[in-house]
Design a protein around this ligand. Structure first.
Ligand code: ARG
Length: 275
């Protein structure tokens, strides 16, 4: 921890910290010059950056067989790789239940959480959150025959709704009068509940909902539009780890200014839709 902290600080200084305007490229390629500042560090000790994520969320993070091997891919993963590369660290990915992620962070078992995480006040009290790196939208998924029946949020009153445990969608559903919630660990389990008539609707992040309805027969997105304040995604970091927080924000600013995030989203969406 200390070591990459020092390294990242060195990199940040080299990168001109406040520039945040895409001029960091040269500095980022200079991981070794960052190393030179950490004179007291033992040589050639591998630095790792451990990321916690719930890889059930295409196109953000999901499992895919790549070259015959089960691999976690997605645009959150590409962002994590860029952060690790800027730090000169090796990325380690831990696939964990979404609802456990922030505890894993607080206890130091992971260094950062990138998992389509929405910023909420409650989360902000527990952990530090980066700047928003991508805008979010919410969607209501139902069986094809129910598309018109559930065209508004009002129509969801008193229905059975599937959501991911610990997610903001769970909070949205709790706010719907008379709704009976089924909170489950994985999005794919919610989709199964919907297919087998055990819930009437599911509230899922827009791009994830799109990916599932494209790949699962008989499900559609309705016109109902759940509203969320400050909708977007952030990286979670252990409270007080300001060096990593600054590194993450610097990399996010670089990726945004270079148009990389949109590029990652497009590539990940194509990957998610490809069998
Ligand atoms: N954006 C929502 C939240 O922060 C859901 C995120 C779920 N992420 C996942 N990888 N399953 O609560």
């Amino acid at each position: 921890m200390n070591k990459w902290g020092k390294l990242s600080l060195g990199l940040l200084l080299a990168a001109g910290l406040l520039s945040g305007c895409g001029q960091n490229k040269a500095a980022n390629n200079n991981a070794s010059s960052g190393d030179a500042t950490a004179t007291d560090a033992p040589v050639a000790e591998a630095k790792t950056l451990t990321m916690g994520t719930s890889a059930d969320f295409p196109p953000y993070e999901f499992h895919k067989v790549v070259d015959g091997k089960d691999t976690i891919v997605g645009f959150d993963i590409d962002i994590a790789k860029a952060i690790a590369a800027d730090m000169g660290a090796e990325l380690v990915i831990k696939d964990l239940p979404f609802e456990s992620l922030l505890n894993e962070l607080s206890s130091g078992r992971v260094d950062m959480v990138i998992s389509g995480l929405s910023p909420t006040e409650e989360r902000r009290e527990k952990v530090d959150l980066s700047e928003i790196y991508y805008k979010a939208t919410q969607a209501v998924v139902v069986r094809e025959a129910d598309k018109d029946k559930f065209a508004t949020m009002d129509a969801l009153k008193g229905t059975k709704i599937g959501v991911q445990s610990g997610s903001i969608q769970e909070d949205i559903a709790k706010g719907i009068e008379g709704a009976q919630l089924t909170s489950l660990g994985k999005i794919s389990e919610i989709v199964l509940q919907l297919q087998s008539n055990r819930v009437d609707a599911a509230i899922i992040e827009g791009p994830v909902a799109k990916s599932f309805v494209k790949n699962v027969k008989g499900l559609v997105i309705t016109d109902a539009a759940p509203e969320v304040e400050d909708d977007g995604y952030v990286v979670g970091i252990k409270k007080g780890n300001s060096e990593l927080l600054e590194q993450v924000n610097t990399t996010l600013a670089r990726l945004a200014s270079e148009g990389k995030i949109d590029e990652y989203v497009t590539a990940a969406s194509e990957l998610a839709d490809k069998e």
